[in-house]
Design a protein around this ligand. Structure first.
Ligand SMILES: Nc1nc2c(ncn2[C@@H]2O[C@H](COP(=O)(O)OP(=O)(O)OP(=O)(O)O)[C@@H](O)[C@H]2O)c(=O)[nH]1
Ligand SMILES: [Mg+2]
Length: 232
């Protein structure tokens, strides 16, 4: 804990057996300039993701198996709580969030409380035109409603100081799916935290199937954004 650059990368995963090992290796390589740890939080994936990671016996990987109450956001919370680092990186486990960006995120933590990846800054992008436009529009909606300025509150790829996270109420943020990120960015901006946004290109999922709940989650995210603004 005393090293100012001890980075914990939290990887929530569900059925990512084809992605998790190449991702761990890529992150380990990317962070070779600093002390780091990877925290894998698996929601009891039927495809054996958890055992696959355990079998590797990486000394820099902490593995957490959740067996009740599956939830992306609750997995991330668990990973944060179990992380030993003072800088936390949160990212997906399927290469949609590219490991290439982690080092510039971590290096900028010297100057900022949080570094947030954005697909909607000049230089950022996403392959699917439909998802790109829908996510952009939704982010505009969030900005108008909250009167805040982060350009991508949905992406869920960021680094943050643990001490900054600890000043927030985890119970108010970490539940549900990707909507936790809207709440996290909202409360960080309310506390006037310094946030650097960096443009990122969304990566291709390496293996397996992602979730196809795109329309459904947007409906849920809309309700959650209204609740956030109305009731804090
Ligand atoms: N622990 C945990 N992880 C989850 C859960 N659902 C999804 N994940 C992980 O969260 C990340 C994002 O989920 P995806 O299914 O890739 O969602 P997506 O990126 O919108 O979908 P694709 O574009 O199709 O990849 C991935 O790393 C998943 O493995 C869950 O219920 N629990
Ligand atoms: Mg994905």
């Amino acid at each position: 804990m005393s090293d100012p650059n001890y980075v914990s990368v939290v990887l929530p995963c569900y059925n990512e057996k084809g992605n998790i090992i190449p991702l761990i290796d890529a992150i380990h390589k990317e962070l070779n300039f600093c002390l780091h740890q990877i925290v894998v939080v698996d929601d009891n994936s039927p495809d054996g993701t958890y055992n696959l990671v355990c079998e590797k016996k990486y000394e820099f990987v902490k593995t957490i198996l959740r067996t009740t109450d599956p939830s992306l956001a609750k997995s991330i919370r668990k990973g944060i709580e179990e992380a030993d680092g003072n800088i936390i990186v949160v990212m997906d486990s399927d290469f949609n969030h590219q490991p290439y960006y982690i080092s510039q995120m971590v290096k900028n933590m010297e100057y900022y409380d949080c570094v947030s990846a954005s697909r909607f800054l000049y230089g950022g992008s996403m392959q699917s035109r439909f998802r790109h436009i829908a996510s952009w529009l939704f982010n505009v909606f969030v900005r108008v409603l909250t009167r805040q300025s982060i350009t991508d509150s949905l992406y869920g790829f960021f680094s943050i100081k643990k001490e900054v996270l600890q000043k927030l109420s985890y119970d108010k943020i970490f539940w549900g799916y990707g909507d936790y990120c809207i709440r996290l960015m909202y409360y960080l901006q309310k506390q006037n935290r310094t946030i650097l946004q960096i443009p990122v290109v969304n990566g291709e999922r390496l293996k397996g199937e992602g979730n196809s709940r795109f329309i459904k989650v947007f409906f849920q995210y809309t309700i959650e954004t209204f609740k956030l603004v109305l009731f804090g």
